[in-house]
Design a protein. Structure first.
Length: 521
């Protein structure tokens, strides 16, 4: 597959290089926007005509995935064109600790190829945005207020020390004359960037990363009557979806025809928080919709990792197309570079695949033989129609046929043990190639257990990975047989086993094995 993809990438580079005009490139990335939100994916909450127009005029992918179900690692996979775990980035906790080394990001590759690069909105990547983009507007790290304060400042935007919002929830605005709702401001800056550069001599790449529909829930006061029929906080949420769609429409209307535009999101819909919400808001309320999918943000069910995934390129991609093979946001790096005739930078190794020959029908088959997801001992693997879900709690392994069971309701792991083992082994083998987490969480201390030793993070991660390999039945503990596997000195092994079994239950828990009675230094 790698050789075949390399051949097709070369053909596409040659084709684009010979064209009279390279396309402009626009990547629209929403935040916490679920698979079932837009109308073209069955959404009912509020109309989304602009997003739906991308499905009408382009290609709608029905199995578009992100590389992680939370924002920071998902954006790492998007910008790197690779599995975020390769850089030690597994969860949000790692977001300021990991590094890319010689690996260049998508905007850096396009910038080196002569593109004017612009970024607007959420970045959430541990590389200075100025190293990647020529122009930057409304820069934010994680979340931000949609409404300005009395001084016109948006908390969390264009700040060196505000990495989150003010945490105020359920607000309507803006009320003062001249104030601008943040989603409108981001949309306006996008239109201004496009207008400035679409007549120039160089093509442009715009990474338009809306923070909508991520909390806090702030909505435009003018739209309050339109959603009065919805109970809070869904009235706020619906208005935020409508504002996002309205500004996607403004951007699409400003684009020149020769533009490849992609719309997707970082992860599935989120639940309302338990601490910063008004008392009348139901706890664990799912704000958005995953449609027919199970799960939500921060889970490896389909609802956490499968997203709306739309591509439009007039004259190159057939309008109204539907693509059903699994694709990933890490594919957008090589796809954009192929469209632009941009070489992959030296020292950069991608896991993504150029989607253009697949979407046009020039190449048959699936872009990926297998896809992986991972956060510690949790994760998933998909091969063909089959998906194995891995969890630290029971049941630890669940197997689903997504062609027959898109909602992941029927666990078939018991029915197909050989396939379950095969996919699990593939996941373990892939996991073994990865570095430790950039910011590993120490094992929890409890009765009969010792806390992690300072400075032992790398060894702890190594032993955690070894524990996962030895725990064949995935019950979260090691029997003597599992522990002794592949060892030869039985006497020494029994002494270790007895010494590490601090609670004397005849098995080694994860903490007991990893900490080795405090020796993991």
């Amino acid at each position: 597959m790698k050789k075949s993809c390399a051949v097709w990438l070369g053909l596409w580079l040659a084709l684009v290089a010979s064209a009279a005009e390279r396309p402009n490139l626009v990547l629209i990335f929403a935040d916490d926007f679920g698979y079932g939100e837009p109308g073209c994916y069955g959404g009912k909450l509020t109309p989304t005509p602009a997003i739906d127009s991308l499905a009408r005029d382009g290609v709608r992918c029905t199995a578009g995935y992100v590389t992680a179900p939370v924002c920071a690692p998902s954006r790492c996979g998007l910008m790197s064109g690779a599995y975020n775990q390769r850089f030690g980035m597994q969860w949000n906790d790692d977001r300021r600790k990991y590094a890319f080394g010689r690996h260049k990001l998508l905007p850096q590759a396009l910038r080196a190829a002569g593109y004017v690069t612009g970024h607007i909105g959420k970045w959430n990547v541990p590389v200075e945005a100025r190293e990647c983009f020529d122009e930057i507007f409304d820069l934010l790290d994680w979340e931000a207020d949609y409404l300005p304060d009395a001084n016109g400042h948006y908390f969390g935007v264009d700040s060196t020390n505000e990495f989150a919002s003010s945490k105020r929830q359920c607000l309507w605005g803006a009320e003062r004359p001249g104030e601008e709702y943040l989603t409108d401001r981001i949309g306006r800056h996008a239109v201004e960037f496009i207008t400035k550069h679409k007549g120039g001599g160089r093509p442009f790449f715009l990474y338009l990363a809306f923070n909508a529909v991520h909390t806090p829930l702030h909505a435009k006061l003018a739209w309050k009557p339109r959603y009065a029929h919805l109970k809070p906080p869904l009235d706020f949420y619906a208005a935020m979806v409508a504002a996002l769609d309205e500004n996607v429409g403004r951007v699409l209307a400003a684009l020149p025809e020769n533009t490849l535009v992609v719309f997707t999101s970082d992860n599935g819909p989120a639940k309302a928080g338990a601490q910063v919400w008004p008392a009348e808001v139901p706890k664990d309320l799912l704000l958005g919709s995953a449609g027919p999918l199970n799960g939500h943000k921060a889970t490896f069910f389909e609802g956490g990792i499968r997203e709306p995934f739309l591509l439009r390129w007039p004259g190159r991609l057939k309008a109204g197309g539907v693509y059903q093979q699994a694709v990933s946001t890490m594919d957008l790096y090589p796809t954009f570079c192929a469209a632009a005739g941009a070489p992959i930078p030296e020292g950069t190794q991608l896991n993504g695949v150029n989607l253009l020959p697949f979407l046009t029908g020039a190449q048959a088959g699936a872009p990926h033989d297998i896809l992986f997801w991972k956060n510690g001992e949790q994760g998933a693997v998909r091969q063909g129609d089959w998906k194995l879900l891995l969890s630290p709690s029971q049941p630890k392994r669940q197997l689903f046929n997504l062609a027959d069971d898109i909602g992941e309701k029927q666990d078939r792991a018991t029915e197909k043990p050989e396939l379950t083992e095969k996919l699990h082994k593939a996941w373990l083998d892939w996991s073994a190639t990865l570095p430790p987490r950039a910011n590993p969480a120490p094992p929890k201390a409890g009765k009969g257990k010792q806390a992690a030793v300072p400075g032992s993070a790398e060894k702890i991660q190594e032993r955690t990975t070894l524990f996962e390999t030895k725990d064949k039945n995935r019950d979260g503990k090691l029997s003597w047989e599992e522990f002794f596997s592949r060892q030869t000195d039985e006497a020494t092994a029994r002494a270790r086993f007895k010494g590490w079994d601090t609670d004397g239950d005849g098995c080694l828990s994860r903490d007991e094995f990893v900490l080795m009675k405090g020796q993991a230094k």
